[in-house]
Design a protein around this ligand. Structure first.
Ligand code: SF4
Length: 462
């Protein structure tokens, strides 16, 4: 499998097979008897899309992965002229990567990308920091409900609603569904990732403000990893307005940061010299003075935000300033605790990279996990280090690049509470009602599915 996918997808028994893996072989319905296909059918090519991918690497070999990666940029370009309104949603990690590469500030990158994409016919460019705030508000609400359920019963089954595990990383979700199976899935937050919540908001609600039908929008995201392409292709993220209407995809295409750089270079654009256009504020975390704002934490700030919210709601403790995360085993495993009257009442952890991830899931399985919330990310160092980010320059170490990215990520970005975000308040007022409402559950939450492997597939992996 291409090295561009997260390490977790690559390490989890994923070899680069040329033949379809046994996990993909579906039993025929005629009791296994060979059936001769009619001649006309024999010549029809079989189509396999990303939706069919189990991330098992059985059928997506390196060469085919490269093809899919290319197809994505080509597909984006070809959709610019198909009469649909193209909307781009930019992740803050991609913004930071381009910012370091070109020596610009994050807001300059946002404004210049707005110029570039609009010159190509894109209708609007939004920022997924805003939908991340929506994801965080729903996640805070879910955590409080799980905590209360866990503490109000002696029933071991109901108590197992904790730890709650973040769900924004598709590398982790794929690994959990495919390799860990059903014991881990109930712990994973049901809230969709920021990529999917912005897709849901655009195609279910904002389209009306733009006087568009959802099927007339082609929505593209710019993300730090290839794993996000697998996420966008999940059947769970397709909906219908009516039972007989067209199936609508929340995110039609995903470009990685590197692919956006390819686009800039292939058009010989002098990016630093581009004019800066005003950004589209409808769904972007930009205030009236033009400042970017968002939560702390370059991988989404899940542990940070939910910890503060839980301290306030459950223990009446308002925490100002940065949280004190303590390094436990290595820089990619850190914890934060809240003590009340000498007793630890909250214990959260950030756990990045496959090694840490594997250790913590073993603890959950054996009932020895002492955390109430885990922010799990497949990539070491988190999302700034995603496989789709711009690579280090010759002679530059990955560690040096991460440090530059961390600085650029928060450069001139005001720290702000997602609950006070006016864009998010408006989405609840106009569309969703309140956090955790039926409507919020329908549009912003999802389900996970254990991948049942065939016996022959399991034998093959022994
Ligand atoms: S940690 Fe972030 S960049 Fe890496 S696979 Fe997960 S979502 Fe993508």
């Amino acid at each position: 499998m291409s090295e561009k996918f997260s390490a977790t997808l690559r390490i989890g028994d994923l070899n680069d097979y040329i033949a379809p893996s046994q996990g993909c072989v579906i039993k025929s319905e005629n009791g296994g008897k060979a059936k001769t296909a009619p001649k006309a059918l024999q010549t029809e090519p079989v189509k396999i899309s990303l939706k069919d991918c189990l991330a098992c690497s059985g059928c997506i070999t390196s060469a085919e992965t490269v093809m899919l990666e290319k197809q994505s940029l080509g597909e984006f370009l070809s959709n610019l002229n198909k009469g649909k309104a193209v909307i781009v949603s930019l992740s803050p990690q991609s913004r930071a990567s381009l910012s370091v590469h070109f020596g610009l500030s994050p807001i300059q990158v946002f404004r210049k990308l707005t110029t570039l994409f609009k010159s190509m016919g894109v209708k609007a460019i939004f920022d997924t920091s805003s939908s991340r705030d929506l994801t965080l508000v729903e996640s805070c609400n879910e955590f409080i409900a799980r905590y209360r359920q866990s503490n109000s019963t002696d029933d071991e089954k109901l108590k197992s609603s904790l730890p709650m595990i973040s769900s924004a990383c598709p590398g982790w979700i794929c690994y959990a569904e495919k390799t860990l199976g059903s014991y881990i899935l109930p712990y994973i937050s049901s809230v969709k990732s920021p990529q999917q919540t912005i897709g849901a908001a655009i195609k279910n609600h904002l389209c009306q403000k733009l006087y568009l039908r959802p099927e007339d929008i082609y929505h593209v995201t710019v993300m730090p990893c290839y794993d996000k392409k697998l996420e966008a292709a999940r059947d769970d993220f397709v909906f219908q307005v009516d039972s007989d209407s067209e199936r609508i995809t929340e995110v039609d295409s995903v470009l990685t940061t590197g692919e956006v750089l390819d686009l800039i270079q292939s058009r010989s654009v002098d990016f630093p010299a581009l004019e800066e256009s005003p950004v589209d504020k409808l769904l972007s975390n930009v205030d009236e003075e033009g400042n970017l704002y968002g939560v702390r934490g370059s991988s989404g700030g899940y542990a940070d935000t939910i910890f503060r919210h839980a301290a306030k709601v459950l223990f009446d403790k308002e925490i100002d300033g940065p949280l004190e995360f303590k390094t436990i085993r290595n820089a990619d495993f850190q914890e934060v605790t809240l003590e009340v009257q000498g007793k630890v009442v909250l214990r959260f952890a950030q756990c990045y990279g496959f090694r840490n991830l594997r250790n913590i899931v073993m603890k959950i399985k054996s009932g020895k996990c002492e955390y109430q919330f885990l922010e799990i990310m497949a990539c070491p160092s988190g999302c700034l280090n995603g496989g789709g980010q711009i690579k280090p320059r010759p002679g530059q170490s990955a560690k040096d690049l991460i440090q530059l990215l961390e600085t650029a990520y928060s450069e001139n970005v005001l720290v702000a509470d997602p609950f006070e975000n006016p864009r998010i308040k408006r989405l609840y007022n106009e569309w969703l009602g309140e956090p955790g409402s039926e409507k919020a559950k329908r549009h912003l939450h999802t389900e996970y599915h254990p991948v049942v492997k065939s016996i022959s597939s399991q034998l093959q992996n022994w």
